[in-house]
Design a protein. Sequence first.
Lengths: 216, 171
Amino acid sequence: MTMTARPLALALAGLGLLLLAGCETGGADALEAGQDGILGVPLEEPVAKPDVVLTDHHGEPFDLRAETDGELTLAFFGYASCPDICPVHMANLTSVFDRLPSTVTDRINVLFVTTDPARDTPEALEGFMGSFDSDFVGLTGDLDEIVDLMTELNLPRPVFEEPDDDGFYEVGHPAQVLAFLPDDDHAHYAYPWGTRQSDFTHDLRALVDGAAAARP
Amino acid sequence: MTRVSPWLVALALLVAAVGCADDDAAEAAPPEVTGAETPEPAAPDVAAVYATIGDPGPDGDTLVGASTDVAERVELHESVIDDDGSARMVELEDGIDVAAGEGVVLERGGLHVMLMGLETELAEGDRYELTLEFERGGEVTVDVDVVPTVGGDDGGGGHDGQDEAHGDDDG
Ligand SMILES: [Cu+2]
């Protein structure tokens, strides 16, 4: 983004805020850029990418650190039988990928880690991921392993509700998307539910070469 | 001076009551439901319905239930985010309040009609019938459009216009 575009972006963001004030929303308020110019919410304590090997939606092992080393990586934790927040996050990120050139998206990983591995086998995840950008990766594993991973990342644990008469159950899961930076492979930012596609687009562009490169 | 017969009073009250009931029946039309849509489900078993429910009139109304042939069960839900950042869905057993003079919007990440145990595969471009039941207004059947999974409303729902304006700086 050029320097002259910045006031315009700010003005438009302000306008968006005004429009937003007029209506109710289930999502977060518009994000505000911090001093680093990034819209994501900075984590109080950056967290190292956990050392874990999961299984991707093709049934192949996925070594989290090795596969995403030195690359901007977004991670969302949800489950496939989730009709509202999970697919909307993934759909938004797909639209964001559609807006960005492949020179940028080729260097970004988007991971959907299941909080419900009992139902979300690689096959089930393959079906779910088929609705979104083909470069996104669905990940499953042992429940213990996934809960440990989430705990390491300071995320709330999955909450399993009582199955109904048909055996269907819902699972509480973190609402936000975490961003691990290329600089140090630590999670630095969270994107709450309701993050606009344009805000994701802005930050992914800014962070793909690392936070150091993004500093104004 | 003539005294009014109690029978006459009773009759008058009865007429008035019947009249009121008639008025109620005339008023109690279901609110207008527009823009009913289901994103093509990414999972085979569940789906959400979003829609705008219009002004139910001065007395307000409550959406108390819904039914459709495409799913085994239908529930009224709200997605909520707990203080710890955990997202979950709550079943609204008392229904969804449709505010007098306003109506209510069912939108992504908020209130929705939830279809569970899908019996028909829903694909983009399909259309199915959903019957909504209101406490006062009774039942109304609407057509629900199955829209693409990707490319619907932005983020917290209902602000795609704002996003488009904001999004202009991306080019
Ligand atoms: Cu629901």
